[in-house]
Design a protein around this ligand. Structure first.
Ligand SMILES: [Mg+2]
Length: 149
């Protein structure tokens, strides 16, 4: 799974570092940022497959706001929300906005890994469908593939 790129977004620095380190120890390509603003800035420059996103973050952009922006910038990225018991309602709102799933805090690492694996699988299937559709288009209408991208 090391070709997959993961971005973890959480304002609690200790928690963020722990998660990123544990993912890296499993040879996963993981980076971390501490705010929605930083996440948005990074996603404008680099492609990611999965974003693990804390819902409760202080400052101008909470998790839901960040989710909206992330989906505008990279619609195909799969987002897993991190949420407390008190904000499960917000996770439901997040999933209506296109989040793949959510994990309750305090998170069980194995649970997060399983949800990430499912998100990678969905992303791969989706990416493959897009590639196959482009190949079909190339076969049927050579020359139209690239200007419609
Ligand atoms: Mg938080």
């Amino acid at each position: 799974m090391d070709m997959f790129r993961i971005l973890v977004v959480d304002d609690e620095v200790d928690f963020l570092e722990t998660i990123v380190n544990r993912l890296q120890k499993r040879k996963l390509n993981a980076s971390g940022v501490t705010s929605g603003e930083e996440a948005v800035e990074l996603l404008q420059k680099e492609l990611f497959d999965v974003v693990i996103l804390d819902i409760k973050m202080p400052g101008g952009m909470d998790g839901i706001e960040a989710l909206r922006e992330i989906k505008k910038i990279q619609p195909l990225v799969e987002v897993i929300l991190l949420t407390g018991h008190a904000s499960v309602e917000t996770s439901i709102e997040g999933m209506k906005l296109g989040a793949f799933d959510y994990c309750l805090k305090p998170i069980k690492f194995e649970d997060l890994l399983q949800k990430m694996a499912a998100a990678f699988s969905k992303k791969s299937t989706h990416d493959k469908k897009i590639r196959d559709a482009k190949i079909q288009q190339l076969i049927r209408h050579p020359g139209r593939v690239f200007d419609q991208d």
